[in-house]
Ligand binder design. Structure first.
Ligand SMILES: [Zn+2]
Length: 475
């Protein structure tokens, strides 16, 4: 008799432990095919605040036994311990509360604010009430929540009592822990996943699980490509939040400051920022791990760049783009290292100094004491066409080491070894035109806020969530 089928791939485990936020969403949904049953899913947020399913299971029905079984396996696979520094967000699923209390006693358990709103708003309809609810859910400090609650009191009798029936510690940011660096208030990840696998849910269990596996495999590949489009190690979503906060920081004014502490005025609220301890009384900085507008204002006041202070949203263990060089290997293409060769002035043969620093003085432009024709492009004023003293002088090293039969101008050159004497800036990679067509260099590289380039040619910020939502509200 079929009881359950649990899946957690090794790639998902490693992803969770390597770079995901310690915030797990749990949800269950119905299967729609001939084989009735339910699918339990666990998600987390990846380093770019996007959904990453980590484990899923097919069960006959969701109840305290099936949830306990699922949570227990999840705890073992993801090494969750007793749930310390972990956040779980869920709807009010049957039996889940007990399972979490039993297996992860120290976890922070948030309730999906969207689910609470759906229940609460059955009685309290209207756009203004809806806006006020979400302002309450997203309030990060006490004064803000109090103001929003007192505003809500004006929108109906007992409206606040009905709202506070749902424990605000479960759904308002004011009460959330800082440890997960994820301030999400709803379980939208679950909705994304459920709609993503909607077609598969109409099929038989084995076919559905195979479809989910293939979808996940493709998505991991896409996300890997997506990471190559990042313009820096900080995730695009974090950069977007930082940009928005920077724009908001323009409206802040610094009222007072000491060495590390600042009092910042933002609208009707005053906040205290401590740069050294990395705290702000608005709590948004600690909740998300990205500097709030007040901290940014304080940093700008100290002439520091806020981008250097996002440690929680950096790509972990990203391999360096430069290959490690072996001992004695040259650092520049087409040029042999001068290490070990004694330097001498090509004009006066003064040992230990090059021509530029020779105390006897460099020759004036246009004189015949210059390097050979291949050492500079012809546009250089100090490059004559002949070298009359070649019999006397020790030729400058640069002229001896160039690849022979190279055209003197860089514009005529093709091929990997063709521009040996065109100087390259340190750390700026290969010289222009030094790579053959069709090689790695011809690969298009998208820049900007990060983009996912699919085979169909579409550019997507988040392949599962709507574009606007992914950018505007990256919670
Ligand atoms: Zn702040």
């Amino acid at each position: 008799m079929f009881q359950g089928f649990y899946i957690c791939f090794d790639a998902m485990k490693k992803s969770f432990m390597a770079g995901c936020k310690r915030c797990i969403g749990l949800d269950g949904c119905f299967l729609k095919g001939v084989s009735r049953g339910q699918l339990l899913v666990a998600f987390c947020k990846d380093g770019n605040n996007q959904m990453l399913p980590v484990a899923w299971a097919v069960v006959e029905v969701e109840n305290k036994f099936t949830w306990a079984w699922f949570v227990k396996l999840l705890k073992e696979d993801l090494q969750l311990g007793d749930g310390t520094d972990l956040t779980i967000i869920s709807d009010m699923q049957k039996g889940l509360e007990i399972a979490i209390t039993d297996h992860l006693p120290n976890v922070e358990h948030r309730m999906c604010a969207r689910h609470i709103f759906a229940n609460w708003s059955k009685r309290w309809r209207g756009l203004e009430r809806k806006k006020c609810f979400w302002r309450c859910a997203r309030s990060t400090f006490e004064a803000e929540l109090k103001d929003n609650i007192s505003y809500m009191k004006r929108l109906g009798n007992n409206i606040v009592d009905h709202l506070l029936y749902y424990n605000p510690e479960r759904w308002s940011k004011l009460y959330f822990n800082f440890s997960s660096k994820c301030d999400v208030v709803d379980n939208n990840m679950a909705e994304c996943f459920n709609s993503w696998i909607l077609a598969a849910r109409h099929k038989t269990i084995i076919t559905m699980l195979e479809e989910i596996r293939v979808k996940m495999m493709k998505r991991i590949g896409q996300m890997r490509e997506f990471c190559n489009t990042w313009i820096c190690d900080i995730s695009p979503m974090a950069m977007k939040v930082l940009q928005d906060n920077t724009a908001k920081s323009m409206k802040c004014s610094i009222e007072w400051n000491s060495d590390t502490e600042y009092e910042v005025l933002h609208g009707p609220y005053r906040h205290v920022v401590d740069i050294q301890r990395q705290i702000c009384s608005c709590r948004a900085w600690m909740l998300k791990g990205i500097r709030c507008p007040h901290a940014i204002a304080a940093l700008h006041h100290r002439k520091l760049d806020p981008i250097n202070y996002i440690s929680h949203w950096k790509m972990p263990g990203r391999p360096g783009k430069k290959r490690k060089k072996k001992q004695g290997e040259t650092s520049k293409i087409g040029k042999i290292s001068k290490r070990g060769i004694e330097m001498s002035c090509s004009t006066f043969h003064n040992k230990g100094r090059n021509k530029r620093k020779c105390p006897l003085g460099a020759p004036a432009s246009g004189t015949s004491f210059t390097a050979g024709p291949s050492s500079r492009p012809p546009s250089s004023p100090a490059a004559p066409s002949s070298r009359p003293l070649s019999g006397l002088a020790v030729a400058p090293t640069s002229t001896q080491i160039v690849v022979p039969a190279v055209a003197p101008t860089s514009t005529q050159i093709v091929g990997p070894r063709a521009t040996p004497n065109v100087p390259t800036e340190k750390g700026r990679g290969r010289p222009k035109g030094s790579i053959e067509k069709g090689s790695v260099a011809s690969r298009t590289r998208m820049v900007g806020m990060g983009a996912l380039h699919t085979q169909s040619g579409a550019t997507i910020i988040n392949s599962l969530v709507k574009l606007i939502r992914a950018i505007v509200a990256p919670y």
